[in-house]
Write a protein that binds this ligand. Structure first.
Ligand SMILES: [Fe+2]
Ligand SMILES: [Fe+2]
Length: 194
């Protein structure tokens, strides 16, 4: 049986992974050319991560998906606790990344490496996080959740409508997304110079 929320979670993982790789590629491309990266584009990409994955995706996993699983089984309790801790750290992690970007922009090259390292660390952190969810938690959810659980999850995740998973952006996000799509490199955008 297919559950719409299951697909939403997978699509949102792909969108976050693509956004993170795109940030990393943007940095290495500019480092190779020896020119500063387009800071406004990087700021917009980090802002997206804060507005969508951090505020909607991870929050709904912690508030709805994980409690539903815990209610049905005590399997994978440690993994769920670890993922909750990751979610709790996530908001601070994105703030730290934004701060490292500002430092790079304001202070110049002396802070370039700090930002690149922070991006790589964040990327690794979320890749491992999403792998654990996909390899351990989602198969367990399929096994133990009941139809009534899925109904609630499907309704909640359907509201996310992340534009990077194929939804038309809500009016207030239109400008942000067209800016990202025009200027971020593949796999997110068209990579047009500013
Ligand atoms: Fe998560
Ligand atoms: Fe997730």
């Amino acid at each position: 049986m297919s559950h719409p929320s299951f697909q939403v979670i997978r699509d949102e993982h792909q969108a976050l992974a693509a956004m993170l790789s795109s940030i990393s590629m943007l940095l290495s491309e500019h480092r190779r050319k020896g020119v500063p990266p387009p800071f406004a584009v990087l700021r917009a990409m980090l802002f997206y991560i804060d507005e969508y994955p951090e505020r909607l995706h991870h929050r709904k996993e912690t508030e709805l998906l994980f409690p539903a699983i815990r209610h049905r089984t005590d399997q994978a309790a440690e993994a769920l606790d670890k993922l909750d801790r990751d979610h709790a750290r996530g908001e601070q992690a994105i703030r730290d990344l934004e701060h490292a970007l500002t430092a790079y922009e304001m202070m110049g090259d002396s802070r370039a490496q700090d930002f690149a390292t922070a991006v790589d660390r964040y990327l690794e952190f979320y890749r491992a996080h999403m792998r654990l969810e996909e390899d351990v938690i989602m198969p367990l959810a399929l096994e133990v959740l009941q139809e009534e659980d899925w109904k609630q999850l499907d309704a909640a995740f359907a509201e996310n409508r992340d534009p990077l998973t194929g939804h038309k952006p809500e009016a207030e996000y239109e400008k942000l997304f067209s800016f990202i799509v025009n200027h971020a490199p593949a796999p997110i955008g068209l990579g047009a110079p500013l």
